[in-house]
Design a protein around this ligand. Structure first.
Ligand code: UDP
Ligand code: MG
Length: 328
């Protein structure tokens, strides 16, 4: 609740909370998730926005069921025409949201809705904050994964001008001002960790304990995470491109020095120019270096091409609410 002071009278108005819930193959979690929210978030005006991100199981049916059986609740489902990924699902949810606050939360119950209440209470009591972001104090992952993620944060913080908070998740609550700024970031390739950092605002970091997935499995493989990390670096840093120029320049200087040394050796002590193995090694070394650099440049060009095409970041096949739930 918050208080608005009119001319003479005091008006109490309940603030609305939009819950953005990306769902991909979460058929067994939808009802559990909704019940958990209803238990933990009592007396809050909630707008549930489920985004069915091209699930191949019965997720859509489960959401429709939920809408039908809870016609008094404000529940909507944005049904994508195919799988566009969690980033697009979050954007669609934020675009659709009408709440004063927007919380992004996974459907698999790894993020307990009780934290949404804590975030809401915190931001209501500390209105100079625009966002509360949950982060994991202790990650429940394998040693390798922890180490790789640590390395990623170190690297991206070195390469980028904006700072990335280690272990900060998408699980967060934002006020309308911040949500509007996030929506205003129009890039096609959306690396939300970077976008949230880029827009700035006053962010409070709240520790939380991630729980085990209730049902189903994560959609992140090592390969997907690697691609995501590279994409993030490319989106938020031009330093790899400058590195290409720098290494090229350095190797040019070294080759000139080496050339001068060889010429001096030849004409003073009469040592022969190094033979076949040296040449082969040098060709292989520079050949592979050039290929790597071409790869880096190609990554940037590829991403730029996708941006130029201005394709939609998602396509909504149906918007389902209590009024049209049975027609679809
Ligand atoms: N998700 C999505 N689209 C995808 C992959 C995942 O909407 O292409 C949703 C998923 O249903 C879940 C959230 O994003 O609600 C987080 O996904 P997941 O649990 O696989 O990630 P993790 O928790 O392992 O980081
Ligand atoms: Mg999960």
């Amino acid at each position: 609740m918050f208080t608005m002071y009119g001319k003479d009278k005091v008006v109490n108005k309940m603030k609305k909370l939009s819950l953005v819930i990306p769902c991909y193959n979460e058929e067994k979690n939808i009802k559990l998730f909704f019940n958990s929210c209803e238990n933990e978030l009592k007396n809050i005006d909630i707008e549930y926005i489920f985004i069915n991100d091209g699930s191949s199981d019965n997720t859509l049916k489960e959401i429709k069921d939920l809408i039908e059986k809870n016609s008094k609740k404000n529940i909507v489902c944005l049904n994508f025409s195919r799988n566009f990924g969690k980033e697009s699902a979050m954007l669609a949810g934020m675009n659709y949201s009408t709440g004063d606050y927007v919380a992004i939360i996974d459907a698999d119950l790894q993020q307990n809705p009780k934290y949404v209440k804590e975030m809401l209470q915190f931001i209501e009591m500390n209105p100079h904050y625009d966002c509360v972001t949950c982060y994991q104090e202790k990650r429940k992952e394998s040693g390798i994964m922890k180490c790789l993620k640590k390395m990623f944060y170190k690297l991206i913080n070195k390469l980028s001008d904006i700072s990335f908070r280690e272990n900060a998740s998408d699980f967060r609550l934002m006020n309308r001002k911040m949500v509007n700024s996030v929506i205003d970031m129009k890039e096609y390739y959306r690396f939300s960790k970077g976008i949230f950092s880029y827009v700035g605002f006053n962010v409070y970091y709240m520790p939380y304990k991630v729980e085990e997935r209730k049902n189903g499995k994560t959609s992140w493989s090592y390969w997907k995470l690697f691609k995501y990390a590279i994409g993030g670096i490319i989106s938020f840093s031009l330093i790899p491109l400058r590195l290409v120029t720098l290494v090229g320049f350095l190797s040019f200087v070294i080759s000139i020095i080496y050339f001068i040394v060889i010429v001096i050796q030849k004409f003073t002590v009469g040592i022969d120019i190094s033979g076949y193995p040296t040449i082969v090694c040098l060709i292989l070394f520079y050949g592979s270096l050039q290929t790597i650099f071409l790869g880096i440049i190609a990554e940037y060009i590829g991403k730029a091409l996708m941006e130029i095409k201005k394709r939609p970041k998602y396509i909504i096949r149906d918007k389902i609410d209590k009024n049209n739930c049975t027609d679809i």
